[in-house]
Unconditional design. Structure first.
Length: 257
């Protein structure tokens, strides 16, 4: 698979459009952590008390905050490269127009995925700024969350683009959301440690890429960058390396008949 720098033009086009609507896109990562922290910090945190994580006793809110960042990294890229990419491809016929230029299919899809990773980075930076106001992130280690969000953007953006190459109408995205995103959201170590799950469910949870993203983000947010942190990065890198070419191959079959 050959890629030139033409994908930058696709990224640039999406960025120009984003600048026209950035105020709307700015609100979810700004308000979401405030709502979650208010609900769980005031309500559930008092019932749960403190947790032990990596040998350290932390509050439930400190346990939860990094997972909110991880969920945002996943959602930003996945939904950008499913619903938004599908609209550009199917309804706006944007991909058809690009294919009439010297751009290749590989460059178009790569540009879309890179843009999804960029959306993940932007949302993560905003959410980190909000959560940092509550003193729930440890610096300078937490700065590692920013490059992690880009890697997560590639992983989940590629996965989202793969599904975009499969579905025939936009309503069918409910299936990967229900079968892929929702189980990870609930059982990927986001709201409680996976140690609380049965042994078989823990094994399944470790297959989920979000579980590793949550662990890596939480480790960086709490200042733990040991072996588990790097193993999580390796898993996410492998996941992205597998699904990036798969998504391009799948979209090529979808666009070129």
């Amino acid at each position: 698979m050959y890629l030139s720098r033409g994908f930058v033009r696709v990224w640039q086009r999406n960025f120009i459009v984003y600048r026209q609507t950035w105020k709307i896109s700015f609100l979810p990562p700004l308000l979401e952590p405030l709502l979650y922290l208010a609900a769980f910090g005031v309500g559930l945190s008092g019932m749960v008390g403190n947790l032990r994580y990596r040998g350290e006793e932390i509050s439930y809110v400190a346990f939860l905050a990094p997972s909110l960042i991880a969920i945002n990294s996943m959602n930003s890229a996945f939904f950008e490269n499913t619903y938004s990419s599908f609209v550009r491809m199917y309804y706006q016929k944007m991909f058809d127009g690009m294919m009439a230029t010297p751009l290749t299919v590989e460059e178009i899809i790569a540009g879309e995925i890179v843009w999804g990773a960029t959306k993940s980075l932007i949302g993560t930076a905003i959410m980190m700024a909000v959560i940092s106001l509550f003193g729930l992130l440890r610096y300078p280690e937490s700065l590692l969350i920013l490059p992690v969000s880009v890697l997560a953007g590639f992983a989940f953006g590629s996965t989202g683009m793969f599904f975009t190459g499969l579905v025939r109408n936009i309503d069918l995205f409910n299936l990967p959301i229900f079968l892929f995103i929702t189980p990870m959201f609930l059982f990927g170590g986001t709201f409680f440690p996976i140690d609380a799950l049965p042994s078989w469910a823990q094994t399944v949870a470790l297959v989920f890429p979000l579980t590793h993203l949550v662990n890596v983000t939480r480790d960086a947010g709490l200042g733990h960058t040991g072996a588990d942190f790097w193993w999580g990065l390796l898993y996410l890198s492998t996941f992205a390396a597998v699904f990036f070419p798969l998504s391009i191959r799948r979209m090529r079959r979808r666009l070129i008949k």
